[in-house]
Design a protein around this ligand. Structure first.
Ligand code: AHR
Length: 634
């Protein structure tokens, strides 16, 4: 069936359904397993992340200490509290006159007037809505410190339970001098209950003045990377079988103002040399998860990077004029590409090697800007073209993504964004059916059904699944797609954007129903679509049929967004299929049903076996269900 006749058949089918068929009549879905229609993009499903909703700080990035550098717009000592045990006495204040490096000129000054071993004084850090403690675990920490001439040290560093006040791990930092220096420490827990209700305490037992900065504490991380990511969240991302990661944003790339853009050069190298920066999502970014860490995450999850470069527009309607003014920004992007892909004989490749990664990364796609249709000056035409020419001149094989249509140059790919209600997605599943196959490819770089907070409910998952059937059918032209936003810290005040795929607190994380829909669609992707036709289905029934040619497997994705069951007879004329098939189901009783941090597994995929009758499958989809049938050719 051609794409055009598919549209006509679908529309006709919807009309007929309303008039002639009750939904108890089985729909008839005919699939021609021997008639491939188009290729499925192997990179169709990937990830998009940015610093929003505490996605990195207080999220993926495993750092446990919040406001570790006392700088930027974080009001100095936010999340740090004075500790005065017994009758000890001390004062704390942010100090902008001394810090451990040029990049980190601030510190926390602690003036202790009275303290003893029995009654120490100092500070505590509350973490990101607590600190996750697990039993028999080693936490790796370090801090930068200096003291005045009097000896206030050593510093006792302890993890303490909020409710009991019990110390669950402790270490001593000795030898602090009058010069800034880094001091490592480790904290080991014993047989404690896992909990997020903990904090970090740093105290001294003598009067004097102590300055602290870059106080850091990490649990074990994914693939044991120093300065790495949370294991549970990386495992959840890995289960999505992502083919790529679009980073670093989103609005986070642009910043509200030009000086607040994502400056990649300030996110590489030792943490002490990263100045941190204000993000547009109303909190300061530590930049601990910097450019190299993004690339290493790609390596860890076998994803290709889709690198978004700042293109001279920030969200408060600030833009850089194309021409000489834009040249430094173009050069910055060229340097960034060299940092990612260059050999160690190049300037930026050598810096990457010095940062710990001599091997270049493979890069296919570079995105120029983000949502530049918001730039009312209309400067994107000139800005895109200037970036395009400079990048193609040096890197002709790179595919360059535009964030809106441009006329003077044909972009390789256009990035389309969709945030909709489920009903709108139901009505838009044929969106790309008629798109010109000779134009630029499509990257659906951000999309989501926005129903449910903080994470999508089942109604949203149905909207998402319906939309994904349309993307799969058109994945000859849609080369990549990514749900956004991906991550949300569910603690009060942590979220800036409702409806995010994966929720977490300091200790736990969970996948939303939409997350599981993504997992299923990506797991059963297939390599090509097959000819098919549908008759007699209700208007909220959607499907996608793909085949994995190498493994001779058919993946039938079915979506019933109706409150009524949907019987369907699936016929495979001429096909020789194994008599049993695997059915994976994601089902809920209501569109409002969802998963939460306290009830994370309410809606999860369940597998069963179903049986074919000859070359047909007689199946009834439950109300509100997303199902994948995996069939094997004989
Ligand atoms: O995903 C949230 C925001 O939505 C992104 O930062 C931006 O690109 C879009 O407008």
């Amino acid at each position: 069936m051609s794409r055009k006749s598919f549209v006509i058949a679908t529309v006709a089918n919807c009309l007929l359904t309303g008039v002639l068929f009750a939904q108890s009549q089985p729909a008839v879905l005919t699939i021609h397993a021997d008639q491939p229609i188009s290729k499925v993009s192997p990179t169709l499903y990937g990830l998009m992340t940015e610093e929003i909703n505490h996605s990195y700080d207080g999220g993926l990035y495993a750092e446990m200490v919040s406001n570790r550098t006392f700088g930027g717009s974080w009001a100095g000592i936010h999340n740090w509290i004075l500790v005065e045990e017994g009758n000890s006495q001390a004062k704390i204040a942010p100090d902008s006159k001394t810090g451990p490096s040029e990049a980190l000129p601030n510190s926390l000054r602690i003036d202790v007037s009275e303290a003893s071993a029995a009654e120490p004084a100092g500070v505590l850090n509350e973490g990101y809505w607590g600190m996750a403690i697990r039993p028999n675990t080693t936490y790796t920490g370090s801090l930068y410190a200096k003291e005045d001439s009097a000896s206030v040290g050593p510093i006792t560093v302890s993890l303490v339970q909020n409710q009991s006040g019990k110390v669950v791990a402790t270490a001593t930092v000795s030898g602090v001098t009058t010069d800034w220096k880094q001091y490592p420490f480790t904290l080991k827990t014993g047989a404690v209950e896992p909990s997020a209700a903990n904090h970090l305490v740093l105290t001294v037992a003598h009067p004097g003045t102590l300055w602290l900065s870059l106080v850091s504490l990490f649990p074990p991380t994914y693939h044991n990377r120093a300065n790495g990511n949370r294991i549970d969240l990386m495992e959840k991302l890995a289960a999505m079988h992502p083919a790529f990661l679009r980073f670093p944003g989103g609005n986070y790339l642009e910043g509200d103002h030009i000086p607040e853009r994502y400056e990649w050069k300030k996110t590489i190298g030792p943490l002490v040399d990263r100045p941190t920066h204000p993000s547009p999502w109303r909190y300061h970014s530590s930049d601990g998860l910097g450019l190299l860490e993004f690339l290493e995450s790609c390596e860890d999850l076998h994803m290709q990077p889709v690198l978004a470069v700042y293109a001279g527009y920030s969200m408060a309607q600030e833009h850089v004029n194309p021409g000489a003014d834009l040249d430094p920004y173009v050069q910055d992007a060229l340097d960034e590409i060299e940092y990612v892909t260059g050999g160690t004989n190049t300037k930026w490749g050598a810096i990457r090697a010095a940062n710990g990664h001599p091997e270049p990364f493979h890069l296919n796609y570079v995105e120029i800007g983000n949502e530049d249709f918001f730039d009312k000056s209309g400067s994107y035409e000139g800005r895109y073209s200037q970036f395009y020419k400079a990048i193609k001149a040096k890197y002709p094989d790179l595919l360059l993504i535009a964030t809106m249509p441009v006329k003077s140059i044909r972009p390789d790919v256009i990035d389309d964004h969709y945030y909709k209600r489920a009903t709108d997605f139901f009505h838009d599943t044929t969106h790309y059916d008629k798109t010109d196959r000779n134009g630029p490819k499509i990257f659906v770089g951000e999309w989501a059904t926005r129903e449910g907070t903080p994470t999508p409910n089942f109604g949203a998952a149905l909207g998402d699944a319906a939309w994904m059937t349309g993307m799969e059918r058109n994945s000859d032209i849609i080369v990549m797609a990514a749900y956004a936003p991906l991550l949300v810290n569910v603690n009060p005040g942590a979220m800036q954007w409702e409806t995010d795929l994966i929720g977490y607190d300091a200790l736990r994380s969970y996948g939303s129903p939409s997350y599981y829909a993504q997992v299923l669609f990506a797991k059963y992707l297939g390599t090509g679509t097959l000819a098919s036709s549908l008759q007699g289905a209700g208007p909220k029934f959607f499907y996608s049929i793909t085949k994995d040619e190498a493994n001779k497997r058919l993946y039938l994705k079915l979506v019933n967004a109706s409150s009524d069951p949907q019987p369907v007879n699936v016929e495979f004329p001429g096909a020789s299929l194994a008599a049993t098939a695997t059915l994976t189901s994601l089902i809920a009783n209501s569109t409002e049903a969802t998963n939460t941090i306290d009830n994370p597994d309410s809606i999860v995929p369940k597998e069963s076996t179903i049986h074919l009758s000859g070359s047909a499958l007689h199946h009834t989809m439950p109300a509100y269900s997303i199902q994948v049938v995996e069939l094997n050719e004989r």
